[in-house]
Write a protein that binds this ligand. Structure first.
Ligand code: GLN
Length: 494
């Protein structure tokens, strides 16, 4: 792989050492080598990619430069609508659905000159933490194919990690960008709620869902985020004001930055010793670079997971009501309309989605609404207050991204609760609506990547990326292309 980072490829495109067609060929060649083992893509659009690459080269040659993403192949999670390209959300119920329009984030990527290489695998409707809930089979971790890539954006994280695209988009409702990025040794960011339009993102839990970037480098992720963010009248929750570009303060360093250490965020216990050690090493390095650290406590986040598993299913039960066998995708006929609908949903939804719809319907039903959903909303307010209190003392908060590194396939599928706990560190930022990013900082004893999470107040992406870039360079962890076929199916060890 000659070109792995977006910034590096963009430079090479302009000094003439590579063409966009060359980048696309490189990505397709890598994909043909590893996709059979990894299954990161649900749809690979080889022809579309090559055509778009040729057009990108012509444009550049004619002097029309769309900026740093011009001619760069990107992999997109299959829960964002793509015009003329199948969009399944990892569900049987949407199998074969070809949307007539692009999601706003996709349209903006295309406008910025990026090439959509294909649609990546995910847990059905983004519900899960391992990509094992996909109706189309699991994705495997490029570092070790016996392990999960995390989820639900596991396909995008694996595709980027293995060099099957130079960057990716995921969606994050409770951690689905950051946790797979952590488990696959790449960078993943969830922006402030409202920073990126949700128009065309197939809704899971609308008050929590956000689209965000996955990439090898913090600066690459900032480029992607800046391309897709901005106000969109098609999403009523889209932030109407301007946001400082997330890459504006890269290189700003850590001198005098106040870092709150949220070691037990979400009430996390049982953090793996190697994860804890890597976290402490990164902290010490930050202090060495001038950061001022203080331990902070966010006690209400201990109820974060419980609140999330009421709010997210409640919203999902409403959002998924539209899949009724009439308007989209799968229809299983029945003697009556009701039977048709009930059969279509029973056949179309997998077990986790069914569980969430049932949980959410129950939590919203008469008599229980206040006791469950209402309580959860109150907890959400308390969590916001915890964050506000912490941010009076510090500029950013940090924690591990995930208590464990990539776990074996099948390890958490029998016990939904053990899967839910995977997101204990990531869920609080979704409940608060704040931005958060995961940066790889090292490997554990099994040579599996370890992620470090940086969180910031709403709309403070620029500070968050500044700190993340500093952590990245202090850790000196090379995220580029772990999957080397000469190691067989094991990830490459450096
Ligand atoms: N793992 C969490 C869940 O299953 C979060 C998923 C997500 O962020 N989309 O709900």
């Amino acid at each position: 792989m000659a070109f792995t980072t977006i910034v590096g490829a963009a430079r090479a495109l302009r000094d003439g050492s590579v063409t966009s067609v060359g980048l696309a060929e490189q990505v397709l060649q890598r994909t043909s080598m590893v996709e059979a083992q990894l299954h990161a893509y649900l749809t690979l659009d080889s022809d579309g990619l090559m055509e778009a690459a040729a057009r990108a080269d012509e444009e550049l040659a004619a002097g029309s430069d769309r900026g740093p993403l011009h001619g760069i192949p990107i992999a997109v999670k299959d829960n964002m609508t793509t015009r003329h390209m199948e969009t399944t959300a990892g569900s049987r119920i949407l199998s074969g659905y070809v949307p007539p329009y692009d999601a706003t984030a996709i349209r903006r990527l295309r406008d910025a000159g990026a090439l959509i290489a294909g649609k990546t695998n995910l847990d059905e409707f983004a519900m899960g933490s391992s990509t094992e809930n996909s109706a189309f089979g699991p994705t495997r971790n490029p570092w070790n194919t016996d392990r999960v890539p995390g989820g639900s954006s596991g396909g995008s994280a694996a595709a980027v990690a293995a060099g099957m695209a130079l960057g990716g988009l995921g969606s994050d409702t409770g951690g689905s960008i950051r946790q797979p990025a952590s488990l696959c040794g790449v960078v993943g960011a969830k922006p402030t709620y409202g920073a990126v339009s949700r128009y065309g993102l197939i809704a899971f839990a609308s008050s929590l869902d956000q689209i965000g970037p996955i990439a090898h480098r913090v600066e690459d992720a900032a480029l992607l985020l800046d391309a897709i963010s901005g106000h969109d009248p098609l999403d009523s929750t889209s932030y109407p004001g301007g946001i400082e570009p997330s890459g504006a303060r890269l290189g700003g360093g850590l001198d005098g930055v106040r870092v709150g250490v949220a070691r037990r965020l979400g009430g996390a216990d049982a953090v793996e010793p190697d994860v804890e050690a890597a976290f402490d090493r990164a902290l010490a390095a930050m202090e060495g670079a001038g950061a001022v650290t203080l331990e902070v406590d966010l006690p209400s986040t201990e109820q974060g997971l419980s609140a999330y598993y009421l709010i997210a299913p409640a919203e999902c039960s409403a959002n998924l009501a539209r899949f009724d066998g009439v308007r989209y995708g799968l229809r299983v006929d029945g003697a009556t309309t009701e039977q048709m609908m009930s059969r279509s949903r029973a056949d179309g939804f997998g077990p986790e989605v069914t569980r969430r719809v049932l949980l959410g319907t129950f939590a919203l039903s008469a008599g229980y609404h206040e006791a469950f959903y209402g309580q959860a909303q109150k907890v959400r307010t308390l969590i916001r207050e915890d964050f506000a209190r912490a941010y009076r003392q510090c500029d950013v908060l940090v924690s591990p991204t995930s208590a464990t590194t990539a776990f074996p396939l099948g390890d958490r599928t029998e016990d939904p609760l053990s899967m839910y706990v995977s997101d204990v560190f990531t869920i609080p930022s979704n409940l608060a609506g704040h931005p958060a990013i995961s940066v790889p900082v090292g490997l554990d004893r099994h040579d599996l990547p370890i992620g470090f999470q940086v969180m910031a107040p709403a709309l403070e992406e620029a500070v968050m990326f500044q700190v993340a870039a500093a952590v990245e360079s202090l850790a000196g962890f090379d995220t580029t292309v772990p999957f080397d076929p000469s190691y067989g199916l094991r990830g490459g060890v450096r």
